[in-house]
Design a protein. Structure first.
Length: 253
């Protein structure tokens, strides 16, 4: 063997090992973005490799986020809806079901802007058979109504609505329902009616809209929710099945 070839082979081998070590270290240095993604599985790990990363925390439920209410308005709405639909031995109440979030999201969207309603005058106030007559949007009515509930609670009990006892909160709501509270801009009973209907909608609507959290409202009623098909159970007679949400059928929800 040519003696002069040995050093050259050794040099090439040394260079090859050097490049390989460089690739190994580079692969782990860049966090596997380029080199580590491929070479990290092919090449031996260096002893100083970092320990595996901790698992990512569970993603927060983005439906439980405010889009319209401020914190004070949300707290009043949450307390009021809980008295309209309180928790008991049959199941969760409006607070646990996220009803105030449902109302908040509705007011931030088309419903809150009365986008599908005819809002041009003339208005005939008091004509209940024709539905709502007025210039105020639902979001405006809720803002005024929640503020007036706070004012009435302060004037009658000297406390904010959320700090009242359950009996006192019920009395405030009853006063609005019976038009015992005289308001100049909106109807007290009209606001209560809207608040009550919105509460029930939040309890029983699909969870993708912010309420009925964990389908608790449906579970109380043994309602199956959004089932795409019943072909698998049609011949098995009546049976209870777990409810399903729209998010079970749409990948991006």
């Amino acid at each position: 063997m040519d003696e002069q070839a040995r050093p050259k082979a050794n040099d090439d081998q040394a260079k090859g090992m050097s490049r390989r070590q460089f690739l190994i270290r580079s692969g782990y240095t860049v966090g596997g973005a380029v080199l580590g993604g491929v070479l990290g599985y092919l090449l031996p790990k260096p002893e100083e490799a970092a320990p595996p990363a901790a698992p990512a925390p569970e993603q927060d439920d983005l439906r439980q986020a405010l889009m319209f209410f401020n914190q004070e308005q949300f707290a009043i709405a949450q307390a009021a809806t809980e008295r309209i639909f309180p928790a008991d031995d049959t199941g969760p109440g409006a607070k646990e079901l996220g009803v105030a979030f449902f109302i908040d999201h509705q007011l931030a969207g088309e419903w809150g802007f009365n986008a599908r309603d005819y809002m041009q005058g003339p208005f005939f106030v008091g004509e209940k058979v024709q539905g709502y007559q007025g210039r105020l949007r639902r979001r405006d009515i809720f803002q005024i109504g929640l503020r007036e509930m706070q004012n009435y609670s302060q004037s009658k009990y000297g406390k904010n609505f959320v700090n009242l006892s359950e009996e006192e909160q019920d009395a405030v709501l009853a006063a609005f329902q019976n038009d015992e509270v005289q308001l100049t801009t909106i109807s007290a009973s009209g606001f209560f009616s809207m608040l009550r209907s919105s509460t029930l909608e939040g309890v029983y609507s699909d969870p993708v809209y912010g309420g009925n959290k964990n389908m608790g409202g449906w579970t109380m009623r043994s309602y199956p929710g959004s089932q795409m098909s019943y072909t698998q159970i049609m011949d098995k007679g009546f049976m209870k099945i777990p409810p399903r949400s729209l998010k079970d059928h749409v990948a991006h929800t």
